[in-house]
Design a protein around this ligand. Structure first.
Ligand SMILES: [Ca+2]
Ligand SMILES: [Ca+2]
Length: 147
């Protein structure tokens, strides 16, 4: 876990960098695909949703929910990912929906930076690191131009 400053631009830049974004999403997909069959089952997805604590926190405040309610939300999220409704999520579906969710989050954040506690392997932390490396290479270019 690390605390980072993040804003909408950081996320949007990361998502729009096709190469960096694809690599990160593929990593995450491989991590979640516990039985390595190339698809995410409902069970595999629920694990990730639980890890992200989608339902347990609301702006960092713990909220008690009924188990039935949690299950309903997980199911509706799963269906949202499962575009062709075949009961499993393939890499394309996962990437498309993750992109959509991150862009929605970027829009929500706008240009107002907020402080967020990010897990070490989360996509958002990768977005922050992506910005660092992008900033670093931009500086290199400036130095190269100045020389
Ligand atoms: Ca699987
Ligand atoms: Ca599917």
């Amino acid at each position: 876990m690390s605390v980072e400053i993040i804003d909408g631009t950081t996320i949007a830049n990361f998502v729009e960098d096709e190469e960096a974004f694809s690599a990160s999403v593929n990593d995450l997909f491989a991590q979640l695909d516990a039985d390595k069959d190339g698809f995410l089952s409902y069970k595999e997805m629920v694990k990730e949703l639980q890890r992200l604590r989608v339902m347990e926190t609301h702006f960092g405040v713990d909220v008690k929910r009924e188990p039935e309610e949690v299950a309903r939300v997980y199911e509706s999220l799963f269906v949202q990912f499962d575009h062709d409704m075949n009961g499993r999520i393939d890499k394309n579906e996962f990437k498309k929906e993750t992109k959509k969710m991150l862009l929605a989050m970027a829009n929500g954040l706008g240009s107002l930076p907020i402080q967020m506690a990010l897990e070490h392997d989360s996509l958002l932390l990768k977005a922050v690191k992506h910005e660092y490396s992008y900033g670093a290479s931009a500086n290199d270019n400036l130095l190269a131009n100045a020389a």
